[in-house]
Write a protein that binds this ligand. Structure first.
Ligand code: GCB
Length: 594
């Protein structure tokens, strides 16, 4: 897509939606490449051949073969469609499949998609029967040097092949977000663009509706557009496909703790009617009214400079891996409110739309990151995939008020000369869609060797002072952090944001005086960073701090990791370490000072 929309499926007067979540049949073997042959049997002799959707598959079975499986696996289930859907288009939509998916309906290829963490949908009307239908998905977690992110296959002593990768989180796979069947009319609302600005107390809403599927291109379509407030009261209406509407005394979208009423959402109701004013299609799109601006010192929302108090995060939890889990995401956002954060980066890939909805409605600012992590071996094929991931991310999230910045990469190898042209193209690509939001990279290479800063609006800095460098030496933090941030700002004259800092910490591990891996050390390391951040803040171009990480998360086998990365201020079970209480004081304090 890019050419067509990827609107989240919503029920309306003209649309129905059915979930295909639940238990699917699962097999590690795809019986060669012929999908018509289907399942060959069990996961293996030990495990149940049922797999929950949504979930990563890796931590559900009991064997290494299943967890670290290389190559395709197969998911299958059956479904029926109600006969009242006869006159509709029927669509199948996956919130995400990691890393690639081939979708067969009744044995015929109906859709395929590469790049995880992003939705895809296909019209499947012509593949369906009145009886039971079978959907089979061949899922492959294999990465190579041109996938986003990159990986490679090693042959181990003994001959076993293994996927290796440089990024620091477990390469979970599977159907990890919700699956929906939904209907649209034959002529349907395919896409909606909403762009808002603020003029004094007036909210200015520009929208554009994309319609597809007309059998007769001359058929008359009437547009009925309404903007409704939170109580579904109509504020303003229009009968144009595209217009600019004004809302006096608008309830602006504000970040959490920047107003008493953060995350205010309106609804844009789009309706199509035929020549006799009979309803054809209807879609309700939530949106917020806010204006982002940026210059060499700040990023502002509705004219006010923001200071980011946040996290790098992961979609990660016990058993379900990266699978969307509603109890978990509500708990996470309760913790985010509790701690007084106002932002997070969707490190290192786009997060589920259900998570983004929470951020929109709570006023949590999102730095929206593509799945490009540790990019190296720059090639044209890689660039095309990287651009495709940005197109798809933009198409999915363009109307979200919470998205205040695009992160076009995490820790790419920007010290290499080849990265210059590469990031020139990547940044131009996202700018061709959107100049309203600033773009950033979370950079590990320093300003003196980096080639990407020239293309960015905000300079993201990842630095593990007193952890990977000068391990344990807390007195090195202040000079390291302040010199580095000033160096970036002085070189490019742009705002600087600390996108990562932190220390691995084992919950309940105490050492006095502080020593690495102890709860005491994590708190002391934070305290030194806070002093440095306060110094930088006073200089007028330092726009925020994001600790790594919100919670502990799983990684690949690694001698540096004890059961995963432990830099969370919360455990993987979402309970606070001492550092969470300490961060909470800092973030609430900052919120009240601003
Ligand atoms: C980084 C990476 C992040 C890692 C982190 C660490 O720089 O961006 O993915 O998890 O460091 O803890 O090493």
């Amino acid at each position: 897509y890019g050419e067509c929309g990827i609107l989240y499926p919503r029920e309306s007067a003209s649309r129905e939606k059915v979930s295909l979540d639940g238990l699917w049949h699962f097999s590690l073997s795809t019986n060669g490449s012929n999908p018509k042959d289907g399942l060959t049997g069990n996961v293996d002799d030990h495990d149940i051949s049922l797999m929950p959707v949504p979930s990563s598959f890796n931590d559900i079975p009991t064997t290494l073969e299943a967890r670290d499986h290389l190559g395709p696996v197969l998911y299958e289930r059956t479904f029926r469609v109600p006969s009242r859907w006869k006159s509709s288009r029927i669509w199948l939509r996956f919130g995400s499949v990691c890393y690639s998916a081939k979708v067969y309906i009744n044995g015929e290829l109906a859709a395929s998609h590469e790049i995880g963490h992003l939705p895809f949908a296909a019209e499947i009307t012509s593949f369906l029967t009145d009886e039971e239908n079978t959907v089979r998905v061949i899922v492959d977690t294999t990465l190579n040097q041109t996938t986003i992110p990159q990986g490679s296959i090693d042959t181990l002593p003994g001959g076993r092949k293994q996927l290796t990768y440089t990024f620091d989180f477990y390469n979970y796979g599977g159907i990890d977000r919700p699956v929906f069947l939904y209907t649209t009319p034959i002529l349907y609302i395919d896409d909606i663009d909403i762009y808002t600005t603020v003029s004094g107390t007036t909210g200015v809403v520009n929208y554009n509706v994309q319609v597809s599927g007309a059998a007769d291109s001359k058929a008359e379509i009437n547009y009925k557009i309404h903007i409704m407030d939170k109580n579904k009261k109509v504020i303003v209406s229009s009968d144009s496909k595209q217009a600019e509407l004004k809302i006096p005394n608008a309830n602006l979208w504000w970040p959490y703790l920047m107003s008493d009423n953060p995350g205010y959402l309106y609804t844009l109701r789009v309706q199509l009617e035929d020549s006799s004013h009979k309803l054809i299609d209807s879609y309700d799109h939530p949106f917020g009214i806010r204006q982002i601006e940026y210059n060499n010192k700040s990023v502002t929302i509705n004219g006010k400079p923001i200071y980011i108090r946040g996290f790098g995060r992961h979609e990660d939890s016990d058993i379900r891996g990266k699978g969307l889990d509603l109890p978990l995401i509500i708990r996470d956002h309760n913790l985010i409110k509790w701690i007084g954060a106002n932002a997070y980066r969707t490190s290192h890939y786009p997060y589920a739309e259900e998570i983004m909805d929470l951020a929109d409605s709570l006023g949590i600012m999102i730095i929206d990151e593509v799945p490009a992590v540790n990019t190296e071996n720059f090639s044209n094929d890689l660039l095309e995939n990287h651009k495709r991931s940005l197109t798809q991310l933009y198409s999915r999230d363009k109307n979200r008020p919470a998205v205040v910045m695009w992160s076009i990469a995490n820790e790419p190898r920007t010290q290499l000369a080849a990265s210059e042209d590469y990031y020139r193209h990547v940044s131009a690509h996202i700018k061709s869609y959107d100049v309203s939001r600033p773009i950033t990279i979370a950079n590990m290479y320093e300003y003196d060797v980096d080639h990407s800063g020239q293309f960015l609006d905000v300079l993201g800095v990842n630095k593990y002072a007193a952890w990977y460098q000068n391990t344990g030496d807390l007195d090195t933090i202040n000079p390291t952090v302040t010199t580095l941030a000033r160096g970036w700002h002085n070189k490019h004259n742009k705002p600087v944001l600390f996108t990562e800092y932190g220390a691995d910490t084992l919950e309940g591990y105490h050492i006095l005086p502080d020593f690495v891996w102890s709860e005491e050390f994590q708190v002391k390391l934070m305290a030194e960073h806070f002093k440095a951040f306060d110094e930088l803040r006073a200089e007028g171009w330092f726009i925020g701090e994001m600790i790594w990480n919100f919670a502990d998360f799983k990684t690949a086998n690694d001698v540096k990791r004890v059961g995963g990365n432990k830099k969370g201020v919360f455990t993987r079970q979402r309970q606070p370490k001492n550092s969470a209480h300490f961060l909470r004081k800092r973030y609430w304090n900052l919120a009240h000072k601003l």
